[in-house]
Design a protein around this ligand. Structure first.
Ligand SMILES: NC(=O)c1ccc[n+]([C@@H]2O[C@H](COP(=O)([O-])OP(=O)(O)OC[C@H]3O[C@@H](n4cnc5c(N)ncnc54)[C@H](O)[C@@H]3O)[C@@H](O)[C@H]2O)c1
Length: 280
């Protein structure tokens, strides 16, 4: 596996592209939005420049990594990819439409992985022309810094493909944990009830955002407070994850806080839009 296509050049897609080019893969980064591509490439360049300034890589390493990256808005140009990693916005219909487009152009043995945070991998796999070649590769944000990848098996995923993807995570120098397909997998199922509760605490006027985050940072030894983390993840993505947990389990403990819905409706999506629980 050498040629990788990454679909979606947002915060996750560009991070996945960075770690992939750093590991010697040839990456085509696709998005429908030219501005997002430009932003994504600039994030990758900044990320690599930081490594140069810390003497972790040389300027010539950086240049050779960047030479492994091409960008495109032409979906058909992804046809020779051996592995496709989809990282478009967290919307089931959108992801299904991408899979259907991929069915038309990819070779039959191409592997399709989704970076979805919460949508059923089994359900998405059913839309792929070869469901046994489909699995979840759930990277953490920011991808270049976070060691973990959740590797999620759809009920249809073949053992061989799962093993190939496991080996791929090793080539990226990440640690993989294996999860069966279940809403929220491991991390988000445990993380999001905490983030949601922090939003309820804020909405009930029990404490300020800063104090909630300080309490959780200093009181439970987390590097980031839950509200800061939600802003970082994106409040739209956070809401989708909670809705998926709520839909999946039909358990009221996952009902999204009304304040989160209000922020998303207002377009306050967190760090990426400059406003969420904090101003950026
Ligand atoms: N943000 C996180 O912390 C995080 C962590 C793990 C996984 N994820 C998952 O990764 C995926 C992407 O999240 P993100 O935070 O990078 O979102 P983002 O909003 O930063 O990026 C989404 C990208 O998808 C692109 N896009 C939309 N429609 C498209 C289409 N039809 N074709 C190609 N590109 C299209 C957008 O232009 C944008 O560049 C989601 O499934 C999300 O759940 C996010």
């Amino acid at each position: 596996m050498k040629n990788i296509a990454i679909i979606g050049a947002g915060q996750m897609g560009s991070g996945i592209a960075q770690v992939s080019i750093q590991s010697g893969f040839s990456v085509k980064l696709f998005d429908i939005n030219e501005n997002q591509i430009a932003k994504g490439v600039s994030l990758i360049e900044k990320g690599l420049s930081k490594l140069v300034s810390k003497n972790i890589i040389t300027e010539s390493d950086k240049n050779s990594y960047m030479a492994n990256l091409t960008t495109t808005t032409d979906f058909n140009s992804l046809s020779e990819s051996e592995l496709v990693i989809e990282a478009v916005s967290e919307n089931k219909e959108l992801k299904i439409s991408i899979i259907k487009m991929a069915n038309k152009i990819l070779n039959d043995d191409a592997i399709f992985a989704t970076n979805t945070s919460s949508i059923s991998i089994t359900e998405l796999a059913a839309y792929y022309k070869k469901p046994s070649n489909f699995a979840g590769l759930h990277f953490m944000n920011p991808v270049p810094l976070m060691k973990l990848i959740e590797l999620i098996r759809a009920i249809q995923t073949s053992h061989d493909i799962f093993k190939k993807l496991y080996d791929f995570t090793k080539e990226l120098n990440k640690t993989a944990v294996v999860s069966e397909d279940s809403p929220g997998f491991i991390v988000n199922r445990i993380l999001f009830p905490m983030i949601n509760e922090a939003i309820f605490v804020l909405a009930e006027g029990i404490a300020t955002a800063k104090d909630i985050d300080t309490a959780m940072k200093l009181g439970t030894n987390q590097p980031m407070g839950p509200l800061e983390l939600a802003d970082f993840i994106g409040l739209d993505t956070s809401l989708s994850i909670l809705e998926t947990l709520y839909d999946g389990f039909k358990d009221p403990k996952y009902r999204p806080a009304a304040l989160l819905k209000k922020y998303v409706a207002a377009g306050f999506l967190g760090k990426k839009t400059g406003k969420g629980f904090y101003n950026y």
